[in-house]
Design a protein around this ligand. Structure first.
Ligand SMILES: [Zn+2]
Length: 162
């Protein structure tokens, strides 16, 4: 659903409100980490695989707190986001052997953020020739089977690096 600018929503961007329509708020509350592709839970942030991956293994690290404002992340959130991202990168390196990574934030829809009002850090493993990933994967069903296998790999990797 397309979101329009709505000033009344600003009161919710205060860090305490959970937005029921926001997957980064909703999924950690459900008791189904495997079904929701949550690979890691920290105290302030969690890691979740992207259901519409740019490449195989595309994972995001998001705060539990509903906020869009990068410069207002707390030190605890910033530090743990880095630490959890490092763990996930290690796990992906160990189990999927990518040749590189794209890492980063998209802030705002104009910048390409799919979910613009809840900050999340992208971890996108890269391989030579992977730009054809989506056309190769094709059907949605095939993607989900593929993602479940990749989920297991990342979980396995995370166990090994502990
Ligand atoms: Zn949210």
């Amino acid at each position: 659903m397309e979101r329009l600018w709505a000033p009344w929503r600003m009161k919710y961007i205060d860090g305490t409100h959970r937005d029921d329509g926001c997957i980064f708020c909703k999924k950690p509350l459900e008791n189904d980490d495997k079904g929701n592709l949550i690979v890691y839970r920290g105290d302030y942030v969690f890691g979740i695989m992207n259901l519409f991956p740019y490449t195989n293994g595309h994972t995001m690290v998001a705060t539990y707190r509903h906020t869009a404002i990068f410069e207002e992340l707390s030190q605890d959130e910033v530090l743990e986001m880095h630490i959890v991202s490092s763990k996930i990168i290690k796990a992906i390196k160990l189990t999927m052997r990518p040749e590189g990574f794209n890492l980063g934030f998209n802030l705002g829809r104009t910048a390409g953020a799919g979910i613009a009002d809840h900050i999340h850090f992208h971890i996108v493993p890269r391989w030579n020739g992977d730009t054809n990933f989506m056309p190769i994967i094709g059907e949605v069903k095939v993607i989900s089977e593929h993602i479940e296998k990749t989920y297991d790999k990342i979980i396995e990797g995370l166990k090994e690096i502990k």
